[in-house]
Write a new protein. Structure first.
Length: 202
């Protein structure tokens, strides 16, 4: 991959991973409730999904999913149901007195991985990365040594930043009323993302 190609790819990926979405909301919400350190488990879940989708894109499997109407619709409506369920549950919990829950690292990791995976629209981003930035004259294995580290580093920096933002909000929102509204806004974001995913045309 040429320097020019790498710069274009890196710019695309920065926009791809910094645009707020369900992953960002989950990182912020987890950091508010459990702190910065524990919220980094969410970043690990997102990175696992990124490795999976990068690998699938490299071998062309994700393209098959996008071209299969049934598989695509199953993924899409699973994502719709999961995001709306998260939003409704978090909205209802925001109305109760805040108590420190004890969720395991494994639970937070699985939740982050599922949120990152169930949105089939994210497949389009990975497909775009390969269809637009892979150079046909160079072996794909060689280019993967550039694409994968770049994508994973930028992804890590982006969602670590969202975790830091959540931790900052968690420290500032000490009173019950402020915390209540922050949690409800984040819950509404999950419902909105789920609704938009359901309404989105393929």
């Amino acid at each position: 991959m040429s320097i020019e190609g790498w710069i274009i790819f890196a710019t695309f990926w920065v926009l791809f991973v910094t645009t707020p979405g369900p992953n960002a909301v989950n990182c912020i919400q987890t950091a508010i409730e459990f702190g910065f350190r524990k919220s980094l488990v969410c970043v690990c879940g997102i990175l696992t999904q990124a490795c999976l989708f990068l690998g699938l894109s490299a071998v062309g499997i994700s393209a098959l999913i996008l071209t299969s109407p049934l598989l695509f619709e199953i993924l899409r409506w699973s994502g719709v149901a999961f995001l709306i369920w998260l939003g409704v549950r978090n909205w209802m919990q925001a109305g109760h007195p805040r108590t420190r829950r004890t969720l395991s690292h494994k639970t937070l990791y699985v939740k982050a991985f599922l949120i990152a995976t169930i949105n089939p629209k994210s497949l389009a981003g990975y497909i775009a990365a390969f269809s637009q930035f892979i150079e046909t004259g160079t072996p794909i294995g060689t280019q993967m040594w550039v694409i994968v580290p770049t994508a994973l580093i930028l992804t890590t920096l982006s969602y670590t930043g969202y975790c830091a933002l959540g931790a900052h909000l968690g420290r500032k929102a000490l009173d019950h009323i402020t915390n209540f509204w922050i949690q409800r806004i984040l819950a509404a974001c999950f419902v909105a993302y789920g609704t938009l995913l359901g309404l989105a045309a393929r």
